[in-house]
Design a binder for this molecule. Structure first.
Ligand code: ATP
Ligand code: MG
Length: 439
């Protein structure tokens, strides 16, 4: 975690995207900082005694639980994974077991490190690849330094992009390069890649072939080949392991769904999943293809609506491992207005920018914005409370005609006023067509 991420700063950053929910923002910020503080303690014995201040976020649907976690992940540079408690099954049953959340987190972290490393190597080898390509474009040794420089600049600016040149292609490079550049969540153990590697290794050096390619593709190909040859993935493994152990954050959504009251459902497997999660949160060692991971200092943030159950329905031991419980409140009309106007990249801005690409200069009056918030609150009360998720449905409905009619030949200014909103949502209409508004 970056040193400057003091709790106040974290909240300030979260404020750019999350309206209200001050308690939740404050507590995730404190938990994160406490983990950083722990790392600074020099007394190892004491340090090992300090466990993460795991949090449960409790609140109705669509009020920002997942959003807080999502923004937090971007904000801190911590390894982060969001999982749904309901996706797991008890060990021994068919399905994903809970340890896979840790394996996935390490994979994500490793792949991120790999992408970063590739970026660094790209920069490092770029010049030498330009040089290689320059030699193939012009008889390099016979031109003077000035001409060389010009040629270099021209290649960089893309002047020769479509010119064909001949390069030496190692046939065994193709597949592994693709793998090097594949990023994302790869939790499957070696599998296909291992098989391909084995086949490739049985042809040492591979076959060389001269192929024609345009300059643009040649640069990309040679760069990838060079990176493939030089990248040391082994050295990234312990770094990934350490980062996850010390800075990892696991966000467990839908935790309430595995906490249903005993007796209310005869569901043994939910209890089983809780039992399986417990050691991971208490601290255990999970074996991954990158190495062994100790989980005791990973920060767990759980979230759930807890409408059918309460946090006290979770196993007592599990409750004890989540010392901080924070309630998120339902959002008010005022909050909706702020969500529409105050947060960075808010919904209204998104629609304005989308339509701008089609020559529409869209704006909303304050009265219209107020009415949108009002309609969203009303629909939540009348149909189903889906929190802030309601807003985008309301706006879609209002802008439906405009989005269908655009593009326009000439720049067209459209101002949405309160009346336009009322017209779309006149209530006798709503009552007759309730189904249209179920999002
Ligand atoms: N407090 C808020 N501030 C800004 N935007 C919000 C807020 N709450 C919700 N939103 C918007 O609504 C969307 C849904 O919210 P989110 O995914 O956080 O719901 P949730 O609380 O996790 O609900 P669920 O229990 O259904 O998972 C977000 O993507 C965001 O755009
Ligand atoms: Mg959620």
């Amino acid at each position: 975690m970056k040193e400057n991420l003091i709790p106040k700063k974290i909240v300030e950053e979260l404020n750019k995207y999350i309206i209200s929910q001050e308690d939740a923002k404050r507590n995730v910020a404190i938990s994160l900082r406490n983990r950083y503080r722990r790392k600074q303690i020099s007394d190892i014995k004491l340090k090992n005694e300090i466990t993460p201040k795991n949090i449960i976020l409790i609140g109705p649907t669509g009020v920002g639980k997942t959003e807080i976690a999502r923004r937090l992940a971007v904000l801190t540079d911590s390894p982060f994974i969001k999982v749904e408690a309901t996706k797991y099954t008890e060990v021994g049953y068919v399905g994903k077991d809970v340890e896979s959340m840790i394996k996935d987190l390490v994979s994500i972290t490793f792949n991120k490190l790999k992408s970063k490393k590739i970026e660094i190597l790209r920069e490092k080898y770029k010049e030498s690849i330009f040089c290689k390509v320059a030699k193939l474009i012009k008889p390099y040794d016979t031109i003077n330094l000035n001409e060389k420089n010009t040629l270099f600049e021209e290649i960089k600016s893309g002047k020769y992009d479509l010119q064909e040149i001949e390069i030496e292609k190692h046939q065994n490079i193709d597949t592994p390069v693709v793998e090097v550049f594949a990023t994302g969540n790869d939790s499957s153990e070696d599998g296909v890649k291992g098989i391909i590697d084995n086949i490739m290794n049985s042809f040492p050096g591979g076959k060389k072939k001269i192929v024609k390619m345009n300059v643009k593709n040649a640069i990309e190909y040679l760069l990838k080949a060079e990176i493939e040859e030089n990248i040391d993935l082994e050295e990234l493994k312990p770094i990934a392991i350490q980062k996850v152990q010390e800075d990892g954050i696991v966000f467990i959504d839908e935790i309430d769904k595995i906490a249903e009251r005993e007796g209310s459902h005869n569901d043994v497997s939910r209890q089983g999943v809780q039992r399986d999660i417990l050691p991971i949160i208490e601290g255990t060692t999970v074996m991954t293809k990158y190495g062994a991971i100790k989980t005791e200092h990973i920060l767990f943030i759980a979230a759930g609506a807890f409408t059918q159950s309460s946090p006290s329905d979770l196993m007592a031991e599990l409750q004890g491992r989540f010392p901080i419980k924070v309630r998120l409140n339902s959002l008010t009309k005022d909050d909706f207005v702020k969500i529409l106007t105050k947060i960075d990249f808010n919904l209204l801005t998104q629609y304005k920018e989308l339509l701008k690409t089609d020559n529409v200069n869209l704006s909303f009056t304050n009265g219209a914005i107020d009415e949108i918030a009002e309609v969203a609150i009303d629909l939540n009360e009348e149909i189903e409370n889906i929190g802030a998720r309601r807003l985008s449905g309301v706006i879609e409905k209002i802008l439906n005609d405009i989005m269908f009619e655009a593009p326009y030949d000439k720049e067209t200014t459209i101002k949405i006023g309160k009346k336009d909103v009322v017209k779309v949502f006149n209530y006798s209409f709503v009552e007759e067509n309730l189904d249209d508004y179920i999002l």
